[in-house]
Design a protein around this ligand. Structure first.
Ligand SMILES: [Zn+2]
Length: 156
C-alpha cells in the first residue's frame, strides 16, 4: 500500500494551523478588526471550521473568511500540505505528484500561496513580512530563511 500524507494529517489540526497563522494573538474580525468576537458554533459541513460573530459590527465570519483558502474546491488539508511542501522547496511538479493534483491546479495554488494567506485589502494592516515569518515557522524550515524567502517570494 502507498503511504499518502493526506491520510496522516487531520483536518482539525489544519484549522488550528490557519487560526494560529492569521490570529497569533486573538481572533480579530476581518471586517472591522475588532477583537470583541464570540464563537458561533462549527460549520455543518466542515466540522472543524469555527464560526464567529463580531460584537462590534455584528457581521459573521469563520476561520477561512478573507483567506486564500476560502472558495476553492481543494480541501484545507491539501492547501496546508501544499504550503508545507513549498517551505521545503519542493517544485510545483513534485508537489502535484505528491498530492495527486494536476499540474495546472498545482501551479495556480503555488501562485496564490506565494502572495500570502490573508487577502491583501487596503485596510489590512498585516505586513507581508509578518506573514512570511509565520509561514516559515509552519513549514518547519530550519535552513536559510533569506534563501527561502527569495525562492518563494514571500513578503512582497
Ligand atoms: Zn466586526
Amino acid at each position: 500500500m502507498e503511504i499518502k500524507i493526506q491520510n496522516l494529517i487531520d483536518s482539525a489540526s489544519c484549522y488550528n494551523t490557519v487560526r494560529e497563522l492569521r490570529w497569533p494573538e486573538k481572533v480579530c474580525c476581518p471586517h472591522c478588526k475588532s477583537i470583541d468576537v464570540i464563537k458561533r458554533g462549527k460549520d455543518e459541513v466542515e466540522v472543524h471550521k469555527q464560526r464567529y460573530e463580531c460584537k462590534t459590527c455584528t457581521k459573521r465570519f469563520d476561520d477561512l473568511t478573507n483567506t486564500v483558502f476560502a472558495g476553492h474546491h481543494q480541501s484545507l488539508k491539501v492547501w496546508i500540505i501544499f504550503l508545507y511542501f513549498l517551505g521545503l522547496n519542493l517544485s510545483t511538479n513534485q508537489i502535484a505528484q505528491e498530492l495527486s493534483l494536476n499540474k495546472d491546479d498545482a501551479q495556480y495554488m503555488a501562485e496564490i500561496l506565494r502572495n500570502g494567506i490573508v487577502d491583501k485589502k487596503p485596510e489590512v494592516q498585516l505586513s507581508g513580512e509578518v506573514e512570511f515569518d509565520e509561514m516559515y515557522v509552519v513549514a518547519g524550515h530550519k535552513g536559510n530563511p533569506e534563501a527561502v524567502k527569495k525562492k518563494i517570494g514571500w513578503g512582497e
